[in-house]
Design a protein around this ligand. Sequence first.
Ligand code: ZN
Length: 98
Amino acid sequence: MKKHAAREIAMERITILVAHALQEQDPLLAAAQAKLAKKIAMRFQLKLPYAIRQLYCKKCKMFIIPGKHSRVRIGRSGTKAVRITCLRCGHVYRKILK
Ligand SMILES: [Zn+2]
């Protein structure tokens, strides 16, 4: 029970950190907040929701802000897939939407 509560608090902190990072004007500060959020997730072995996971490039592991450091393309109607391009390292990955 106690452990569960700690994980819930950790998840809350991650959500807040990521929200701040997204609004942060200073890219260094944003990266620091995002890094801390990921560190907390790893420590508590939390599985981050897709909305947060997509903010980290799978290749260079950097925090990528959609529209700023990444290009998000939604496939034509019917395909239901998004293509995310990391503008830092150029890595492209796809996500099939259910
Ligand atoms: Zn990248």
